[in-house]
Every structure is written in structure tokens, then in C-alpha cells.
Design a protein around this ligand. Structure first.
Ligand code: ADP
Ligand code: MG
Length: 740
């Protein structure tokens, strides 16, 4: 056959039977050689299902008798399998009439490709349909050519509403220009590019944010089009916004916080700190970041602070709330309250430690101040009650001692010089005098007011005292006087203050048995206060002694040496002067007692005249009216007066005395006791003064308290006679009224 080697199958047939077949045809139908086919019916090689159709076509062709009529059908191989083929039959004239020349193409491969093509198109179609992102196509003029169904899902209205419409009305007015520019770039350059974020309106009126990936494509007519895949970023943007907002909020909180905030890494390193923290540490912010947390603790806190931090890091504890002493950049410290906790990752591992530190120095100082005040109040209350106890006790003891002293002195003087009893009386007198001195101390401790108030120069007061003690008490120590030359005045009682300074000097000297230095210092503390310091380099006091040093009767000295009243009297004197007292002492180093008094501008006052010009009787003998309710006192004073050569009339109370005067008694002098039942000294004096305006009165009292002071001041020719008194004192007190 001439077309033996043609690549398509060729068969010549007549009357439906093969006359000739080429090699390709043989292969197509799975025959080994042309002989397997020649003579056979052509229909055997058509799939049974197709045979009627093929016969019908053949008939058609035969009747029409004209040229080519191509059709596709299913071929059947010798083994019975079928395959798609295209048949191209041509009627040809043969010797025995018309024959058919058929060209057969195997369509298997082509179909396969077609199927694949169809399949991928369907897949693509389904991608487009199911895509969450909106896939859309714009014509070069910006009108919608296509949009995927996602459009409706995103915007709530159908795609049909936009096809053929320009894009601009659907986009936020602010975004139209950037979108148009973007579209233009893609269409002109043809390079894929991501759009700027833009907004598209939803059916509900809200705007949704999008980002498109666009590229240029070719329309079927060859014109350029824009194809974009638009991704909804509304939620992402909202989350970002919320995140930014949160960040901003946190930043503001961090910065506005009055507490220092730090984040600390697992290694203890500070990775974040706010400005307040840097300010608290007194360092620039950069100098805080990168340091470790314990770097900022006072050396005394470093070890525990570091330990606690590690315990949180390892998770042994989850938070701390403590007060620690922190270090500032300049080396000073402050008290901070630290609350620290773990910040964890979702898996429970440590992300960071958060520490919040507030400055509590002020509060702690206030608490400390409060403690001191409470202690002071406590001390003051204790002193108060001890004072009234001591006062009462001293008053009663005074009378007892007065009686002993009076009687003993009277009898002693009565006895002949060589009498052995004289010595015994002397001892009694000495003992009673010692007791009297002790009572004086007790009384000055008990005294609530200053006996006398005048402007004093403490420099002078101290100077006088030094002169007094120089050759005795102070002889064994080195003395430094450090006086402020322009010291302001102090309003007060010179006697009481001298006594207080003396007590302090004696204590100081006692504390330096081996010698040492005693410094007396005065200065103006500020416009309101004058300060005196008595400082020694002696043995000092341990805390337990210091705590009790002010207590009356507390002494560490041997019996007979210390009374334990020294400092309590100093304390009381200072308090009575509205002053302050502080004790500082270091065992082995020494003690410094600081006294502060309110400063005064008053020019140095003059001592009030004591009215010594009383019309004293000019006789050597006095007629004395003795007014005292105490029998013992009565008899002892009586004895003394008798011994001194005076005459006595006794009255056991004020009323009795006044009655005697009204009855005509004219004493030269009255000894009037303050404390008596009935009118008492205070009630009697004014009446007595009326009855006998110029007769001197000695007001006998155990306490030179305010009432007594006032009485002395209010009435002329009245003098205090401090109890207890012995012969010596009594004589001295009567002296001014004896004349020559
Ligand atoms: P006294 O001196 O009679 O013991 P004080 O009231 O004057 O009583 O003092 C009480 C105690 O305080 C003393 O016994 C002593 O232990 C202690 N003290 C007072 N002043 C000093 C001082 N300057 N140095 C060391 N200790 C002192
Ligand atoms: Mg003392």
C-alpha cells in the first residue's frame, strides 16, 4: 500500500470488508499482521455500542455520495478493548464499484490531554469559587470585569451589582487616589505588586480594610487587564490597633507611675525600667538597664535580696512583698517597698520578673518618729506619776526629818560640851541633814514648775559653775569650754539649771575615773532654740543602761555614791523649762547629753527684790507666832526657837492663829506652815496680812511650788522657809529680822 508508512491508520474497503490496511492501522487495532484483518468486516473494529451509529453515517454518506464526512467513534481492538478514534472516510471508485478509503486517528492521547485540561480548569474554577480572598479583574478603565463569589461573603451584596461598574464608588474616598495610582502602575509596568491598604464599603455601611496582590493579565481580545487577589486585613488591623493602643496605655502607665517598675531576666539582669525607677535609683535610665537587681540593694540587703530573687526565678515562690533598703547612685539609701512576681510564658516557664518599687522612706521615718514620740510620752507619764509620788513622800518625810533635826539640834546645844550625848546628837543631826538633802533632790524632781523665771545667759551660768567646781570635781579631767559668743537667752530658774548642769558634770566625771575630757558646749541651734551639750570621753552606757538612765533611783553606782536621781532631776528641770533632752552614748567612747531650751530675747532681767526691808523687830529677841498642825514640828521648832532665845506662841492651824491675833496677839514674826487642814497657809496669809500688814512671815514649805511662789510675790514681807530646816537654817532665816 502506497501509504504504508503513514503515521495514521489507513484502510481501503468495499462492501464493508477490508481490502487493504497499512501498518499503522494494524497496530491501531492490535493485530499482528494485515492478514488478521483483510477480508474481515469493518464493523468488527467498531465498538458494539457505536455500530448502529456508524452504519447510519455510512448510509448517509453513500446516499449523499459527496466528499468528506468526519466523525468520532469508538474503535474495537482484536482483544475487544475499545479506544476513541476519529474516522475520516472518503468514497473512492474501485473496479467492483465504489469503495471507501478511511483515515483513522487514535484519539486516546488527545482525549487524555483534553480530560486533563478540563479537570484543571474545573479545579481552578473551584479554587476561584471557594477562595476566601476576593479574586477580581478590572478592565483598563477600572471597571469590574469579574469578581469571585467571595465578594458577596465579604461585602454582603452580589457580584452582579458591581460587574461593569467602576471600582471607585466602592472604595473609601481617601483610598481612591492611591488605588488608582496602584492600578495604573500595574497596567503600565506589568509587574506584580502589593497594593497599599485600602477600605471597601460593606452593605452594612462599615468599611473593611483590604490588601491586594495584583498583576497584569491579558483579556481574550488582547487588551491589558488587572487581576487582583484581595485579602481582608480588617481584623489584623484591629488587633494591631488594639495592640498599639495597649502598648500606648502601658507606656503611659509605666511613665506616669509613681512607682519604679523593672523587668528582670532569668539571669537577674534588669531589661526594662521606667523613668521613675531611674529617678529613685538616682541614675540615668541607660545606667539602670543591664545592671542586676541586687546591684541596687544596700550591702546589708544584698544576700537576702539575691536569694529571694533566685527563689522567684526558680519558681519556689511566686511573689514577694518586702521592704528593703536600696542604694542610690550617690551612695545614699532609701527604703523601698518591693512587690515582685513572676511573668510566665504559656508553658509556665519564666518570661521575666516584674518588680514594682515604691519609696517608703517618709512613712518609715514617720513611724520611727512616732515610736520616739510614744517612748517620750511614756517616759513623761512615768516621770509624772513618779514625781507626784516623790512629792507626797518628800512632804511627809520633811516633817519627820524636821522634827528629828529640830529636837536633836535643840538638845545638842543644851548639853554641856563634854557630854558624850552631844556626839550622838551630832550624828543624828548629820543623818537628818543627809536625809534632808536627799529630800531636796526628790522635791526638785517632783517640782512641776520653775521656781523662778528670768532671762538667763547660760554661758555665764556655766562659767560660774566651772569656777565653783574647778578645784574639786573638775580637777581630775581636762576641760574644754566651747561657748557660742552670741548665745541667746533662756527664760528660767538659775538655781534649777545650775543644779542640772552640776548633775551632768558629776556624772561625766564619774564616768571618767581614769581621767578624760569634759566638753561644755553652747550654741544657737536655730532662731528658736539654745543648745547646751555636756560631753565626756568616759565609759559610756550600754543600751540597757541608757534606757533606764533617766528613771528616778536608777543607778549603777555603789550604795552611798549614787542616788539615781541626778538625770531624773535634769530631765524634770529641762521639761519644766519647755526644753528637750537627748542622751547619746557609746560604751567605751563616752556620752553626750544634749539639752535644748526655747530661746528668749528678753534682756537679762533683774532679780525681784525680796522685800528684805521688812520692819524687823529691832530687839534681839523675837516674839514668834508658830503656826503648824504637826505636833512633832511644833515641838522641834519650839525647841530651836527657845534655844535661839526667842519666845514662841503656838497655833495648830491658821484659824487658831488668826483668832489669837484678833484677840490681841502681836508677834514680831510669824512662821506659817503651808500645808495645814482648814484655811491652810495660803488661806491664812491674806487675812493675816490684813490684820498685821508689816509683820514678817516665813512661809514654811516642803515644796517651793507655784502656790508658794505666788504667795511670796503677792504679799510684802513674806519669805520662803524651805523645809526641812535645822538650827543653822532657822537662825539664818531669822537673822534679818533681829536688828543689831
Ligand atoms: P547616779 O549618778 O546617782 O547614779 P543618775 O540619774 O545621775 O544617777 O545616773 C543614772 C545612771 O546613768 C548612772 O548610775 C550611770 O550608770 C549612768 N550615767 C549617767 N551619766 C553617765 C555618763 N556621763 N557616762 C556614763 N554613764 C552615765
Ligand atoms: Mg548622777
Amino acid at each position: 500500500m502506497p501509504l504504508e508508512s503513514a503515521p495514521i491508520g489507513i484502510a481501503l474497503s468495499q462492501g464493508g470488508r477490508y481490502l487493504q490496511v497499512n501498518a499503522a492501522y494494524v497496530r491501531l487495532f492490535g493485530a499482528d499482521s494485515p492478514e488478521d484483518l483483510l477480508g474481515h468486516s469493518l464493523m468488527e473494529n467498531i465498538a458494539e455500542s457505536q455500530r448502529d451509529l456508524v452504519r447510519a453515517r455510512n448510509r448517509e454518506r453513500e446516499q449523499g455520495g459527496q466528499g468528506l464526512l468526519e466523525y468520532e467513534t469508538l474503535g474495537r481492538r482484536l482483544d475487544g478493548s475499545t479506544f476513541p478514534m476519529k474516522v475520516h472516510p472518503t468514497t473512492v471508485p474501485l473496479e467492483g464499484g465504489l469503495g471507501t478509503l478511511a483515515f483513522i486517528t487514535d484519539l486516546t492521547e488527545q482525549r487524555h490531554i483534553q480530560e486533563q485540561l478540563l479537570g484543571s480548569e474545573a479545579t481552578f474554577q473551584s479554587y476561584v469559587e471557594q477562595s476566601i480572598d476576593v479574586i477580581f479583574v478590572l478592565a483598563a478603565n477600572g471597571t469590574f470585569v469579574f469578581a469571585s463569589p467571595a465578594w458577596e461573603r465579604h461585602f454582603g451584596y452580589p457580584v452582579s451589582a458591581i460587574l461593569g461598574q467602576p471600582f471607585a464608588p466602592f472604595v473609601h474616598p481617601e483610598d481612591v487616589a492611591p488605588c488608582a495610582a496602584y492600578l495604573g502602575r500595574i497596567l503600565s509596568r506589568g509587574q506584580a505588586e502589593t497594593s497599599p491598604p485600602y477600605r471597601v464599603r460593606h452593605a452594612d455601611g462599615s468599611w473593611r480594610w483590604f490588601l491586594a496582590n495584583g498583576t497584569r493579565v491579558c483579556a481574550p481580545d488582547g487588551s491589558p487587564q488587572f487581576m487582583g487577589v484581595a485579602h481582608d486585613i480588617t481584623e489584623t488591623r484591629r488587633a494591631e490597633e488594639a495592640f498599639r493602643e495597649n502598648e500606648e496605655k502601658l507606656r503611659v502607665i509605666f511613665e506616669a507611675s509613681k512607682a519604679g517598675i523593672i523587668l528582670v531576666s532569668e539571669q537577674g539582669v534588669i531589661t526594662f525600667a521606667n523613668q521613675c525607677m531611674a529617678d529613685l535609683f538616682g541614675l540615668p535610665l541607660e545606667a539602670v538597664i543591664g545592671t542586676t537587681y541586687p546591684d541596687h540593694l544596700d550591702p546589708s540587703e544584698k544576700v537576702t535580696g539575691d536569694q529571694r530573687m533566685r527563689m522567684i526565678i526558680t519558681g519556689e515562690i511566686s511573689f514577694v512583698s518586702v521592704e528593703r533598703r536600696f542604694l542610690r547612685g550617690d551612695g545614699t539609701t532609701f527604703w523601698g517597698h518591693l512587690s515582685g512576681r513572676r511573668m510566665e510564658n504559656p508553658d509556665g516557664s519564666l518570661r521575666a520578673l516584674v518588680g514594682i518599687i515604691t519609696d517608703v522612706t517618709k512613712r518609715r521615718e514617720a513611724e520611727e518618729q512616732q515610736r520616739i514620740l510614744e517612748a517620750q510620752l511614756h517616759q513623761a507619764q512615768k516621770m509624772e506619776s513618779l514625781g507626784s509620788l516623790a512629792g507626797g513622800l518628800a512632804h511627809d518625810m520633811n516633817n519627820v526629818l524636821g522634827a528629828i533635826l529640830g529636837l536633836a539640834s535643840a538638845h545638842q546645844e543644851d548639853l554641856p560640851l563634854e557630854s558624850p550625848a552631844r556626839g550622838a546628837f551630832g550624828t543624828i543631826i548629820q543623818a537628818a541633814e543627809r536625809g534632808g538633802n536627799l529630800l531636796k533632790s526628790l522635791l526638785s524632781f517632783a517640782r512641776q514648775n520653775v521656781a523662778e523665771e528670768r532671762a538667763l545667759d547660760l554661758n555665764i551660768l556655766l562659767q560660774e559653775e566651772v569656777l565653783l567646781l574647778e578645784h574639786t570635781t573638775l580637777a581630775q579631767v581636762r576641760l574644754i569650754l566651747d561657748f557660742s559668743p552670741d548665745l541667746r537667752g533662756v527664760l528660767g530658774d538659775a538655781g534649777a539649771l545650775t543644779h542640772a548642769f552640776m548633775n551632768l558634770c558629776v556624772n561625766a566625771v564619774d564616768a571618767m575615773p581614769e581621767g578624760g575630757t569634759l566638753t561644755l558646749r553652747t550654741r544657737n541651734l536655730n532662731p528658736d532654740w539654745v543648745e547646751v551639750q555636756v560631753q565626756d570621753t568616759g565609759m559610756g552606757m550600754a543600751t540597757d543602761i541608757l534606757d533606764k538612765a533617766l528613771d528616778p533611783f536608777f543607778t549603777t553606782k555603789e550604795v552611798g555614791k549614787g542616788t539615781g536621781l541626778g538625770l531624773s532631776i535634769v530631765y524634770r528641770t529641762v521639761k519644766n523649762h519647755q526644753g528637750e533632752m537627748q542622751l547619746h552614748s557609746e560604751p567605751g567612747l563616752g556620752t553626750c547629753v544634749t539639752l535644748r531650751f526655747p530661746a528668749q530675747d528678753l534682756p537679762a532681767g533683774t532679780r525681784e527684790s525680796s522685800g528684805a526691808q521688812a520692819a524687823a523687830a529691832s530687839r534681839g529677841r523675837l516674839q514668834v507666832l508658830l503656826v503648824d498642825d504637826d505636833d512633832l514640828i511644833q515641838s522641834s521648832i519650839n525647841s530651836m526657837l527657845g534655844f535661839l532665845g526667842h519666845q514662841t506662841t503656838s497655833a495648830l492651824c491658821g484659824e487658831e492663829a488668826l483668832a489669837a491675833i484678833r484677840a490681841g496677839a502681836r508677834p514680831d514674826l510669824v512662821i506659817l506652815d503651808m500645808n495645814m487642814p482648814g484655811l491652810g497657809g495660803a488661806g491664812t496669809l491674806p487675812i493675816l496680812r490684813q490684820l498685821l500688814p508689816t509683820v514678817p512671815v516665813l512661809l514654811a514649805t516642803g515644796r517651793a511650788d507655784q502656790t508658794a511662789q505666788d504667795l511670796v510675790r503677792a504679799h510684802p514681807f513674806v519669805h520662803l522657809l524651805p523645809k526641812p530646816f535645822g538650827m543653822k537654817e532657822l537662825r539664818a532665816n531669822l537673822e534679818p529680822f533681829l536688828g543689831d
